[in-house]
Design a protein around this ligand. Structure first.
Ligand code: ZN
Length: 139
């Protein structure tokens, strides 16, 4: 069995962003040489997510509006976590809702998706350099 590890880096210009990382993950699969196996992709930060859904602009806007309704960034003083001096309590909660990681099957060297599935990096406390781990196992 082979294994392969790669880190992807992101630094968004805005506090929140939703980035389609499917081609970068497929590049890692290709580089690994693995034909049959599993691909794990996870955010290496507790204020960012990796999730799978449709790459459709309306939906991305809907996620952002929905997450802001569930856990508004402001007023920052109404979160106990922000008593530490941070202002990112909302980002921790948004990350919990959108998830930490995804696992995708690799078949004949390709990510084996369902219809319209794409892998996204969800950033909820950006404007700094952050990492995503891609770990592959297979043969
Ligand atoms: Zn925090």
């Amino acid at each position: 069995m082979k294994s392969y590890r790669k880190e992807l880096f992101f630094e968004t210009a805005t506090r929140r962003d939703y980035i389609n990382i499917t081609s970068q993950v497929q590049d890692a699969v290709t580089q690994s040489g693995i034909q049959e196996g599993l691909c794990l992709v996870n955010a290496m930060h507790i204020t960012a997510s990796v999730y799978i859904n449709d790459d459709e602009g309306g939906l991305l806007g809907d996620y952002d509006a929905w997450l802001e309704k569930l856990a508004p960034h402001a007023p920052t003083a109404h979160y106990r976590h922000n008593d530490t001096g941070e202002d990112n309590a909302d980002a921790h909660l948004k990350r919990q809702v959108m998830g930490r990681e995804v696992v995708v099957a690799i078949t004949r060297g390709k990510l084996d998706f369902g219809t319209w599935e794409q892998i996204f990096y969800g950033e909820f406390d950006g404007r700094r350099r952050k990492r995503v781990l891609v770990k592959l196992i297979g043969e």
